[in-house]
Write a protein that binds this ligand. Structure first.
Ligand code: VTB
Length: 327
């Protein structure tokens, strides 16, 4: 993949974030997701890639665009796998709460896990604990390893967990071990990434979330030198059949980094939609101007770029058409 692609990909998340931000706090998560998806789709087609969506908005019959298998790009560039989450945190955006992101990951064709939209058990750590943990270790042991790697006492460690009933045993185990729990409503792509960004104070992310989000977060962690381990979490035979359709015969297999994202190159980009720990959200500056904050990284050269951009919305009206702040 060309290194120029890194900046092209961030244009995609920027425009999705601009489109979604117009719907912030309006209580309309589907409209917000639709606007982000439309904008992302339109921008993708200006990019020189031969992309195939492997993680998207759903199967072909359930999503009008950015569905799994859809072709993206202007067909003049490299063959790549594309994973998209145009609006990670639709509920939080609809309520105007923090940490909604627009996210994209790409890798050479065949290198991203084709994960069905179902649950996945995940554990994520930053670079200092990478290579030292195991998903099947008891949490008490994992916390000892992570605390030591991060040069902290267990009592100083913070574990981020999605606030779901299914996670009560995890929450209890973390507290018993003496560490601190931070519960989040949505957004486990962000929480996995926080473990690799020291000033967020998050040491470990653990629990069951979406499999598509898991693959996208794995790309980010690969670029940051962190680690994710995962295991699909089928709820019934239908889920198991969907795995088989995507070529996954053993759903109970532990997915290590090389299973989630293979190869020696991958690109991850995220733009903040609402304010969060990782990125500021879209700011409306008045006079048709809007500011975005993005993070874009490439595994091959390990560069981590934080990009602040000022956009003139009147020049992007066609891409974000239908968004409430555009007439
Ligand atoms: C998580 C969260 C996402 O889905 O992956 C979650 O990070 C898992 O599903 O933002 P449940 O809500 O059913 O627990 C999201 O909330 C939405 O994709």
């Amino acid at each position: 993949m060309d290194r120029e692609l890194t900046l092209e990909v961030v244009r995609v998340t920027e425009v999705a974030a601009l489109a979604a931000a117009g719907w912030m706090g309006r209580g309309k998560k589907n409209e917000a997701d639709g606007a982000a998806t439309n904008a992302m789709r339109a921008m993708f087609d200006t990019i020189a890639i031969n992309g195939t969506v492997v993680i998207g908005e759903g199967e072909m019959d359930e999503a009008p665009m950015l569905y799994i298998g859809e072709k993206l790009g202007n067909s003049s560039g490299p063959e790549v796998d594309v994973a998209v989450d145009p609006l990670e945190g639709t509920n939080i955006l609809a309520q105007g709460l923090p940490n909604a992101l627009a996210v994209v990951a790409i890798a050479d064709r065949g290198n991203l896990l084709n994960a069905p939209d179902m649950y996945m058990e995940k554990i994520a750590v930053g670079p200092r604990a990478a290579g030292k943990i195991h998903i099947d270790d008891p949490l008490e042991k994992t916390l000892e390893i992570v605390a030591k790697a991060n040069n902290k006492r267990i009592s100083e460690c913070t574990v981020m967990v999605l606030d779901r009933e299914r996670h009560q045993p995890i929450i209890d185990a973390v507290r018993r071990a003496g560490a601190r729990v931070r519960l989040i409503g949505d957004g486990d792509v962000g929480s996995a990434i926080y473990t690799a960004i020291p000033d967020t104070g998050v040491d470990l992310c653990v629990g069951i979330g979406g499999a598509p989000e898991g693959v996208i977060a794995a790309v980010a962690l690969k670029c940051l030198g962190g680690e994710m381990q995962a295991r699909l979490w089928p709820e019934d035979d239908e889920d198991r059949a969907r795995c088989a359709q995507m070529g996954i015969t053993d759903c109970s297999k532990i997915l290590f980094m090389d299973d989630l994202v293979k190869g020696d190159d991958a690109i991850f980009a995220a733009t903040g939609v609402t304010d969060g720990e990782l990125l500021k959200g879209v700011r409306m500056l008045g006079g048709d101007l809007a500011e975005t904050h993005s993070l874009v990284m490439r595994y091959k050269n390990k560069t981590i770029r934080w990009i602040k951009a000022i956009h003139n919305l009147s020049c992007k009206a066609d891409l974000i058409a239908g968004t409430p702040y555009i007439k």
